[in-house]
Design a protein around this ligand. Structure first.
Ligand code: 13P
Ligand code: SF4
Length: 338
């Protein structure tokens, strides 16, 4: 890709975030880094997986696979290369390692956490298991391998409703996202599916910021506005949204809407940015919230990871935990395919 081509795409991004103000000078600085990354990927037999929330230049120039957490976990099963550089957060890297124990899985960003994955430990799930011995335990993919190892099935934002509603047991413990769990319970009640869901207290610090009053204000200012939100948002936000779904599902929804439709995207800035260059004839209004963990990935630290993989953060898992966690992820693949 030439500097002109890259600048044309990146320059159309204006989500009001400092990190997304692209000048030609910045794009010209990026290109030698991009070229070295792509060369090192070949030399080291490495691939890059990137979540939609990372900086757009990563997705546009060096990522081999990109998308939402479900798609990336499926992509991780298809990788042939010896090394996976996962531009996202630690729990996604762990998922790739669980599925690819012999590969080297490296995380380039220094902030590898996630407010959801950090909100519950394996010990806490074990304590819940004692309290609810007859419940089926479903966990969001935004959890550590330790937590997955203690649960029966894992879900992502794209399949949570499908999987939980098809579980045989009517008593479910769902961890750790309280707001996603509340959205799930409301949707089940609406569809007449009777299940009792015990929730935990975790929240995504990015998505919990959105509030329903803001939606009413933007609607009053923008006729024809389509509000699209992530299921990690508050149920009041979901109720006022035209569409609620995973990042990948949001992209499909936006794609289907007529040209010139204005959208309010209630999710992380990366998706906003991506939509602006993928759909230049649609408009994306409002500011967005940034995930500090996802945005700690950069072209510079991806390059450093590939230059010195021995110094990079490499995911290591206890084999017993990995095998148990894999059962939980395989159960998700199985339910999702039904
Ligand atoms: P997706 O499943 O939509 O990729 O979401 C992952 C995530 O971390 C949302 O905050
Ligand atoms: Fe975690 Fe929220 Fe960041 Fe997603 S956006 S990685 S849920 S903190």
């Amino acid at each position: 890709m030439t500097a002109d081509e890259l600048y044309k795409k990146l320059h159309s991004i204006q989500p009001g975030a400092v990190l997304c103000n692209y000048s030609m000078e910045r794009v010209e600085q990026m290109l030698p880094i991009v070229n070295e990354i792509n060369e090192l990927k070949r030399e080291r037999n490495a691939v890059i997986l990137a979540h939609s929330y990372v900086a757009p230049e990563i997705i546009l120039t060096v990522a081999d696979f990109d998308g939402d957490s479900f798609k990336l976990s499926q992509d991780a099963t298809k990788v042939q290369a010896d090394t996976i550089v996962f531009a996202a957060v630690r729990f996604m890297g762990e998922t790739a390692k669980i599925l690819n124990p012999t590969k080297n899985v490296l995380i380039p960003g220094p902030l590898t956490g996630c407010s959801l994955a950090d909100s519950i430990t394996g010990d806490e799930v074990r304590a819940l298991r004692e309290k609810y011995p007859n419940h089926t335990f479903a966990c969001y993919i935004n959890t550590t391998a330790d937590v997955k190892a203690e649960c029966d099935v894992c879900v992502t934002s794209s399949n949570v409703m499908k999987i939980v509603s098809s579980l045989e047991n009517d008593k479910i413990v769902f961890v750790p996202d309280r707001l996603m769990g509340q959205n799930l319970q409301k949707e089940m009640d609406k569809r007449g599916i009777k299940k009792e869901i015990v929730l935990h207290s975790g929240c995504c610090y990015v998505h919990e910021q959105y509030d329903p009053d803001m939606i009413n204000f933007f609607r009053s200012q923008n006729p024809g506005l389509k509000v699209v939100s992530h299921p990690e948002c508050h149920p009041g936000v979901a109720l006022l949204s035209d569409y609620v779904g995973s990042t990948g599902q949001m992209v499909s929804y936006i794609k289907e809407q007529p040209e010139k439709t204005p959208f309010l995207l209630l999710t992380e800035c990366g998706l906003n940015a991506r939509m602006q260059y993928e759909f230049p004839n649609k408009s994306f209004i409002g500011s967005c919230s940034m995930c500090k963990y996802m945005k700690s990935n950069s072209l510079e630290n991806i390059l450093e990871t590939l230059r010195h993989p021995e110094k990079a953060q490499s995911i290591q898992l206890d084999e017993d935990i990995r095998v148990k966690a894999k059962r939980c992820i395989d159960a998700m693949f199985d339910y999702a395919a039904r």
